[in-house]
Design a protein around this ligand. Structure first.
Ligand code: DX5
Ligand code: ZN
Length: 221
């Protein structure tokens, strides 16, 4: 397995944007491993969030790994800007990249880790040819665009299948799961083979994020 324990990645999308530094301190206190930054362009997904300036501000507040999820069309145009802003990991969508191999090599050439995400309606088989080149796969367990949606149950089977495939092709590759992760389903997704849990609402909207994180850690050991 790529990591000895489950990686926790609060999604900044659900944080208090009037107090970003404070929100990051909450994640640090909770022992988070990555800060997940959701970049939306109003084109690939029906919502708009923020760009490299905010990612730079987040990176300046923390030594944590900045995990940038590009939900944007033609991401090649902006990858370098996000790496320069402080992203350690860049994940692009398979559905947005006609030249996925080139895009992945480009991310790596900039010194960042490279990931690919697929939507709930996209088959794992679309990743067959690129899997050996990836540092991580981000499986969407909701349709991307918004925080606070309900976990799509068929994602469990997808995690299991990807876990089996990676054992054959790329055992070091991280499987991250994104969307609707809660204290209730964390154990099931980790048992299925997920290494990294992205959680926005369940973490930042919790009355006590540190105890939520501790509970998730305890049940996913
Ligand atoms: C959805 C984003 C997710 C989102 C997760 O498009 O990619 O990262 O922030 O939020 P929750 O945990 O609220 O589903
Ligand atoms: Zn995301």
């Amino acid at each position: 397995m790529p990591a000895p324990s489950t990686l926790l990645a609060p999604s900044i999308l659900s944080a208090d944007f009037t107090r970003l530094e404070h929100s990051i301190a909450i994640a640090t206190k909770a022992g988070a491993d990555w800060i997940h930054c959701d970049i939306m362009d109003g084109n690939f997904v029906p919502n708009i969030t923020f760009g490299p300036v905010i990612v730079g501000a987040i990176a300046a507040c923390t030594p944590m790994i900045i995990d940038t999820h590009l939900m944007i069309a033609d991401p090649d145009r902006f990858i370098e800007d996000f790496v320069k802003a402080g992203s350690h990991q860049i994940t692009v969508h398979q559905e947005a990249c006609p030249h996925l191999h080139r895009t992945i090599q480009f991310i790596k050439s900039l010194g960042a880790k490279a990931g690919v995400s697929i939507n709930p309606g996209t088959s794992l088989s679309t990743l067959d040819s690129i899997l050996p080149d990836l540092d991580l796969v981000l499986l969407m367990s909701v349709n991307p665009g918004f925080g606070g949606q309900k976990f799509i149950p068929s994602s469990i089977g997808k995690i299991q299948k990807l876990h089996e495939i990676r054992l054959q092709t790329n055992p070091q590759m991280i499987i991250a799961i994104d969307g609707g992760i809660t204290e209730e389903n964390a154990q099931e997704v980790v048992s299925a083979g997920a290494d990294a849990l992205i959680a926005g609402t369940a973490f930042f909207k919790s009355a006590d994020p540190a105890s939520t994180a501790a509970k998730i850690r305890a049940m996913t050991k």
